[in-house]
Design a protein around this ligand. Structure first.
Ligand code: ADP
Ligand code: MG
Length: 327
């Protein structure tokens, strides 16, 4: 299965940033409240993600790294209403096929932790007992050491770290109640404070998108027809020359979606006339049964089952808020 995994890994693991994305999604799915990400050499040499989530029981450690094994879906009906970020059971298996992997974990019920080591060539050692607090630490070393063809496509340390940091920032925007720390080559890059009150949310948005964005933005909080939209949209005067400040989350999952982009663009266009790129951080929440997340291997795209409803809700809500800026 090593070859199969390496092919599958091509879909999931492109660069250090994609590894971090998968590991962070796993930590969030495990209900983590604190996550620490330590990175060396842009993530090529080391990525270590430690969380305080539910942990993986010793007996399940080998399953966690086998392909198509997920603990998150039990039957087909679950696939119709996915509530976790992961559901394919491919990420750890893929990473284990292109790098050395060390999993350490302890669940709430266990007296001690266990670890499993992957040599990156299909071999695994363990699980064996080890000291570990409740939660999980996943350590990936030497990305693509066994696939030189892939390694060749990696960019400079700085570029790779830039991509990785962008991923961490996006994840940071998706969950206000999770403390996230990032370190590069032993130096702290940032710590995002955790909390659900408005002051903390604002500090996080300012830390992640800049104080200017926050000051030039309107806060949105609107519910209707079973949908909820909340977050920030920049005033038309803050629109950007590039679409670099556009963050949209559906049930906590970052999404790039045409229907969403269209609804937002229409709302801005109506108010603004001129054409540049709006800046926003928006969260849409709706019944998971109304969203199909199984549309893309990297899970960036979704399909709404009620397209019209979602489009109109977004358009009307944003239009109303933006129109006030003209008054
Ligand atoms: P998926 O997330 O699609 O289920 P992964 O390959 O990312 O697949 O992870 C495989 C399994 O390993 C998960 O279903 C989960 O049971 C377990 N797992 C991975 N990371 C963690 C973590 N940080 N905390 C708890 N369980 C984890
Ligand atoms: Mg996963």
């Amino acid at each position: 299965p090593q070859l199969v995994n390496q092919i599958a890994a091509g879909e999931v693991v492109e660069r250090p940033a994609s590894v971090v994305k998968e590991l962070l999604e796993n930590s969030l799915d495990a209900g983590a409240r604190r996550i620490t990400i330590e990175v060396e050499q842009g993530g090529v040499r080391l990525i270590r993600v430690r969380d305080d989530g539910d942990g993986i029981a010793a007996a399940d450690l080998p399953l966690a790294v086998s392909s198509h094994a997920t603990s998150k879906l039990v039957d087909m009906a679950d696939l119709e209403r996915v509530v976790t970020l992961g559901f394919r059971g491919e990420a750890l298996a893929s990473i284990a096929s292109v790098a050395r992997l060390k999993l350490r974990s302890r669940t709430r019920g266990e007296e001690q932790g266990h670890e499993l080591l992957g040599d990156g060539q299909g071999g695994f050692e363990g699980p064996q007992p080890t000291a570990h607090p409740e939660g999980t630490t996943v350590e990936m070393r030497d990305l693509f050491f066994n696939t030189p063809g892939r390694r060749k496509f990696l960019r400079t340390e700085r570029t790779e770290f830039g991509h990785l940091e962008t991923v961490v920032r996006r994840v940071g925007l998706s969950r206000d109640h999770v403390e996230i720390r990032l370190l590069h080559n032993g130096k702290p890059v940032f710590t995002l404070p955790a909390g659900e009150d408005q002051a903390v949310r604002e500090r996080r948005v300012a830390a992640l998108c800049g104080q200017a964005f926050l000051e030039e933005s309107l806060h949105i909080e609107h519910s209707g027809a079973g949908l909820r939209l909340h977050g920030w949209v920049a005033r038309p005067s803050f629109s950007r020359s590039q679409p670099d400040l556009q963050h949209f989350f559906v049930n906590g999952r970052m999404v790039r979606d045409r229907l969403v982009a269209h609804a937002i663009r229409q709302a801005y266009r109506d108010v603004l006339y001129g054409q540049r790129h709006p800046a926003y951080v928006l969260h849409l929440e709706l019944d998971p049964a109304l969203v199909d997340v199984n549309a893309h291997p990297q899970k960036h795209e979704v399909r709404f089952r009620e397209q019209r409803l979602v489009h109109d809700f977004l358009f009307r809500t944003l239009h109303e808020v933006l129109a006030e800026t003209r008054a």
